[in-house]
Design a protein around this ligand. Structure first.
Ligand code: CO
Length: 482
């Protein structure tokens, strides 16, 4: 072992801390308020993290909708506090942080304001891994970087399993990402499907095809995540995503302290100081207890969910499915739906299962089972997926299903913004709609993404509505691991 270590070149692993975004999105439905974050920032800033993921994903929606906080204000406060640490956000490609594709001018404006308010690294993903849906955000980041000297575009590939997803596919895609002008690549394993030895093969194959740094983002849901990170680091991955221990494991990330200790004294030693990490853990531990006591943190998200490996279905999608079946008084059809999910996924081109494709496939699978006939009824979103409105899938869709669900309809092969007609600038029109509420330029973007939720927030801000009681009872509609 020691002999080995001598011959291996030193390559300290870098760590992105997720406590301020994904960890609480995964474990407490994105409900951590800014006031919990601020007192520990000075300490976190001393660690020497590669970056702190603290914004984007579901935090934007949850801040406005549930916490009645301005997400832009949160970002500015975080930026003020973190003097030495890069701040990172999660960005849903052409959908930004919302639920439809936007015209390029909105994507550009959002990237510009994100960086202006403090973001350094933008992690951009698409639910179909259609790289065309990521290009506008990458170009916008590069343009701002050229002007401001700050900004980093990371493209995240939504990791999934299936016939199309060979090592060759991932390696070729890595090459394409480099050609698109991205600064780094993330393997985004939102469901915890990536196994340790597969991770090693995957990293090696991608590294052979690209010189870009590669970051691994995985979730502990299926119980293998720390082993996956270990093998990935040995195989040359540059950065791993971890969460400080009180908000680690379960559907969140591997624990920061554990991964730091694992690599201590090896060529991959991160060099991070356990004493500082311990202070951060001490700070968040009572908050974890509070969340457990109030029910905001449900013990269901804390254990190993082996079903996610067995059925290759993200944990959050399974729990969504159970509540949908409960509403229909059809819980006894759980296994039928589980078996139907991979069939529906194959029919629509085998997309990764991540927001929003996970909901689209899951809901259609429930329809197929409960109606007693496959595709007797289809959701509007499923039809849109078949129409090509989300972009292109890696595998072709099933022609018989297309003929049954959208007979004779035109299908698009364009990127999502074009397929859905969002080709002309739309920011001015959006601003005109909401200008009575505008107090800062950023408000236009909040409204663009969530018109109703943002309007409610603006009213609240004007003192026209009572603050909504923040109880654990309404977390059913919270976000889940992404
Ligand atoms: Co995630």
């Amino acid at each position: 072992m020691a002999e080995n270590a001598k011959t291996v070149e030193k390559k300290p692993v870098k760590i992105t801390e997720t406590i301020l975004r994904d960890a609480h999105q995964s474990l407490i439905a994105t409900r951590m308020p800014t006031e919990i974050m601020l007192p520990i920032i000075d300490t976190m800033d001393k660690v020497g993290y590669h970056s702190v993921e603290c914004w984007g994903g579901a935090t934007f929606d949850a801040s406005l909708r549930f916490l009645k906080e301005d997400p832009w204000d949160r970002l500015r406060k975080l930026r003020d506090g973190f003097k030495n640490t890069k701040l990172q956000m999660l960005f849903r490609g052409q959908n930004i942080l919302g639920y439809r594709p936007y015209a390029d001018d909105v994507v550009y404006a959002f990237v510009e304001k994100s960086i202006a308010n403090g973001i350094d690294i933008i992690r951009i993903f698409d639910c179909l891994n259609d790289l065309r849906n990521l290009q506008a955000a990458v170009d916008a980041t590069n343009k701002i970087k050229a002007q401001e000297g700050r900004g980093h575009a990371q493209i995240a590939l939504s990791y999934t399993l299936g016939d199309a997803y060979t090592l060759e596919y991932w390696a070729n895609t890595a090459k394409q990402i480099e050609e698109m002008g991205a600064d780094s690549i993330c393997i985004k394993d939102m469901a915890g499907l990536l196994l340790p030895y597969t991770a090693a093969e995957l990293i090696k194959a991608m590294k052979e095809n690209t010189n870009l740094p590669i970051q691994l983002h995985t979730h502990y849901t299926s119980g293998v995540a720390s082993m996956t990170q270990l093998k990935a680091v040995e195989a040359g991955v540059d950065v791993i995503d971890c969460a400080i221990s009180p908000f680690a494991l379960g559907t969140s990330q591997p624990a920061t302290e554990v991964m730091v200790e694992t690599f201590k004294g090896t060529p991959y030693d991160s060099g991070l100081d356990q004493k500082i990490l311990a202070q951060i853990a001490d700070y968040f531990r009572p908050y974890r207890e509070e969340c457990l006591a109030s029910g905001l943190m449900n013990t269901k998200v804390l254990g190993v969910n082996i079903k996610t490996l067995l059925y290759q279905v993200p944990g959050g999608m399974l729990s969504n499915m159970v509540s949908q079946l409960k509403e229909q008084h059809a819980e006894d059809r759980y296994n039928d739906v589980l078996e139907e999910i991979p069939r529906v996924r194959k029919d629509c081109g085998e997309p990764p299962l991540v927001t929003p494709s996970s909901q689209i496939v899951g809901t259609q699978a429930i329809f197929n089972v409960l109606m007693g006939e496959r595709y007797k009824m289809a959701t509007g979103e499923f039809k849109d997926l078949l129409r090509g409105n989300y972009g292109q899938t890696v595998k072709p869709m099933d022609q018989a299903v297309i003929d049954k669900v959208i007979p004779g309809e035109p299908r698009s092969t364009a990127r999502s913004a074009e397929a859905t007609g969002h080709t002309e600038p739309e920011l001015e029109k959006i601003e005109a709609e909401m200008k009575e509420w505008k107090q800062q330029d950023e408000d236009v973007l909040s409204y663009a993404l969530f018109p109703q939720v943002a309007t409610d927030f603006f009213k609240y801000r004007m003192g026209q509505q009572e603050k909504i009681d923040l109880s654990a009872a309404d977390t059913k509609n919270g976000a889940y691991p992404v």
